[in-house]
Ligand binder design. Sequence first.
Ligand code: SF4
Length: 73
Amino acid sequence: MKEQPKKEMHYGKEVWVNPTTESLRRSECLCLNCDNLKPGQSDNCHIAQSLYQICVTENIALAVTRCPLFKPK
Ligand code: SF4
C-alpha cells in the first residue's frame, strides 16, 4: 500500500480508511461518473443500488473500477 490505513469517524462510527483510494473515490469511481447513477429515482442503476445498500449496512465505501453497463455522462 502507498499509505497505511488510518482510523476516522464516518456516520458516527470509527472505520479504517485507505487515504490513497479515499482521495480518488469521487473523481475515479465509475458509478460517480456514470449517467445510469440516479440516486433516489425509480430508474436508478440496480447494481449501484445494491452497492449502496451494502455500503449503508456495513459502513463501507467503494470505488467501482469495472462495470459492463457504464454509461459516460
Ligand atoms: S452502470 Fe455500472 S458504473 Fe454505472 S452506476 Fe451502474 S454499476 Fe455504476
